[in-house]
Design a protein around this ligand. Structure first.
Ligand code: G3P
Ligand code: MG
Length: 246
């Protein structure tokens, strides 16, 4: 049987809903996505919150650094109005809120850690304790562009699934991943050749390209047998997957 590629809604269904909000995550459930991807960083009072940029300006009614605002201050902002007035009541979710919600759904949760490299210890321990508290170890993937935090997490909690995110085409990624201890390689599409992908998968590496919005590439990565894809268009990806299975 062919490997089924998991479809992750990137920042939720971010093509139709404001990214990283409960509305975008709810939409992922509604379309039948296998998982959601979202970005996490710390508020001023060290609460993990779900937002992509380090500043508030692009996706909220606030401005300045996320890290300079308490969770109470962040909760007063709209995280949906920039996208469409219909979403003006969307707030920046806390990680706890997402976990409470996730307990009612069977989605995979790709948590991308966006924190400051000077705070690796704090963000990793805070996020790992919440994962344990909510009993979600079996369905989370922790990923980051900061590969040292991924190495740290592997040492702290080897049973949690991890992945490195890369923006460039690495030379011999299998060698590199082994040193870090992460089984997942989240590469920027299309910076990997099929032959390289096959070699990596033979070595047990789980490939999940981002951000795959092009239908041809969705098909291609499913053909390769990638473990997952991150897309802003999960509905379209699921239709393609269904057609292939027929
Ligand atoms: O986790 C994959 C992808 O989300 C990484 O890039 O900038 O969308 O967080 P970005
Ligand atoms: Mg991300």
């Amino acid at each position: 049987m062919m490997t089924q590629t998991n479809v992750f809604a990137h920042r939720g269904v971010s093509s139709q809903f404001p990214e990283n909000t409960m509305a975008a995550f709810g939409a992922a459930v509604n379309v039948g996505a296998d998982g959601i991807e979202f970005d996490v960083q710390l508020s001023k009072d060290d609460v993990p919150v779900v937002i992509h940029d380090h500043t508030l300006d692009r996706t909220t009614t606030g401005s300045g650094l996320v890290r300079s605002h308490t969770v109470k201050e962040l909760k007063e902002l709209s995280a949906g109005e920039w996208f469409h007035p219909d979403f003006k009541n969307e707030q920046i979710p806390t990680l706890t809120e997402v976990f409470i919600w996730a307990k009612h759904h069977s989605l995979l949760l790709n948590i991308e850690l966006k924190g400051d490299v000077r705070e690796r210890e704090l963000i990793s321990s805070t996020v790992l304790s919440l994962i344990v508290q909510f009993g979600l170890v079996d369905r989370v993937i922790l990923s980051s562009f900061d590969h040292t935090i991924i190495h740290l997490i592997q040492q702290k909690m080897p049973q949690v699934e991890t992945a490195v995110i890369v923006m460039a085409a690495l030379h011999e990624p299998a060698f590199y991943l082994k040193r870090i201890g992460a089984p997942g390689y989240h590469f920027c599409s299309p910076l990997l050749l099929k032959t390289e992908a096959q070699d990596l998968m033979r070595k047990g590496i789980r490939l999940r390209p981002y951000t795959v919005n092009d239908r041809e590439w969705m098909r291609e990565y499913m053909d390769w047998g990638c473990d997952g894809i991150f897309t802003d268009y999960p509905k379209e990806a699921l239709i393609i997957r269904e057609e292939r299975e027929r």
